[in-house]
Design a protein. Structure first.
Length: 322
């Protein structure tokens, strides 16, 4: 959903850059706050976007950017399997009239076609780290294992769903993203991680454990209220009973409906929000102990363990700029 290029250093992408990318990759871009037809030089995002094609035939794009100007996209290209993994930030996708909120540690899987276009919304002043990949129709380079996966995906009617990525896969992605590795080393690591990710998603779908259930309008608004509360103040202490009362639901209903709507439990989401807040504190120069305490952790050891599982590195490495 972001422009696909292969920079080695961070750069600023303008409206004009997006128009070029759109023509090249079949993506329509809209900038709701820009009305001046001459605003082609307006900056839209700043960061690093890298594209590569793995030996299996998977086309992969890694993005580490900050959105400067809100924008919307509509994808017009086809892919028998498209997957988006969000590592930081949030991406809101719309496909066939259904809205999917993809949050940190979650993956979105779907089939794309000219008859089934996908749109996305990106808000300003948001840091985004994503890994998106897909396969092109009738790609002769496709490996046998990937071809078998696509056949099984087709037998499952190419379902669209949002699901939680296992911690060990997230750690593998973080490990493989390190730029100091050689190109071949990174490709091999990414190839293995992508197959782990696809294998887990396929297993979930075969078991029927990742189907997305839409909430009613009023119910969705109450779930969003709880999600926003956790996101805006993750350092606070919460109980399931307290949150359920706010949502006008029973604790069991909140537990199940939150997972159905967002692909993770209430407290998994709270944990990710706390870790994201702690990471910002570490980048600002706070100590590990301070970052843990200010983000809602009472014990630095528990925080360090959760942080390492989530990001694949220890919190001290973030603070020291490693």
């Amino acid at each position: 959903m972001l422009p696909q290029t292969t920079p080695t250093t961070k750069k600023t992408f303008s409206v004009a850059d997006f128009k070029v990318f759109g023509e090249r990759y079949g993506i329509d871009y809209r900038f709701p706050l820009l009305t001046d037809a001459c605003a082609s030089t307006s900056p839209v995002l700043h960061g690093d976007v890298e594209e590569m094609t793995l030996p299996s035939g998977i086309s992969l794009t890694h993005s580490d950017v900050r959105v400067l100007q809100p924008y919307e996209t509509t994808s017009r290209h086809s892919s028998p399997l498209y997957v988006l993994v969000v590592l930081e930030g949030c991406v809101t996708l719309t496909l066939s009239g259904e809205v999917y909120a993809v949050r940190p540690g979650m993956a979105f899987s779907a089939r794309l076609s000219e008859q089934q276009t996908m749109s996305a919304r990106h808000d300003a002043d948001i840091a985004l780290k994503t890994l998106s990949f897909g396969v092109y129709p009738d790609d002769a380079r496709r490996e046998t294992l990937l071809a078998s996966l696509l056949e099984q995906w087709e037998r499952l009617n190419a379902p669209t769903f949002v699901w939680q990525v296992p911690d060990f896969v997230l750690a593998g992605i973080q490990h493989a993203r390190q730029r100091e590795r050689s190109s071949l080393s990174r490709q091999l690591l990414l190839e293995g991680v992508m197959y782990q990710l696809l294998g887990h998603g396929l297993h979930l779908r075969e078991q029927g454990g990742a189907a997305r259930v839409s909430a009613s309008g009023g119910e969705h608004a109450r779930l969003e209220q709880i999600r926003h509360l956790l996101e805006s103040a993750p350092e606070q202490e919460y109980s399931l009973a307290q949150l359920a009362a706010r949502a006008a639901m029973s604790p069991s209903s909140l537990r199940s409906k939150f997972r159905q709507a967002y692909g993770c439990t209430v407290f998994d989401y709270l944990r990710d929000c706390r870790l994201g807040l702690a990471r910002r504190y570490l980048l600002e120069g706070h100590s590990v102990q301070q970052a843990a305490w200010m983000s809602g952790y009472q014990h630095a050891t528990n925080f360090a363990t959760a942080f390492r599982r989530r990001y694949g590195i220890c919190p001290g490495a973030v603070r020291n700029g490693c």
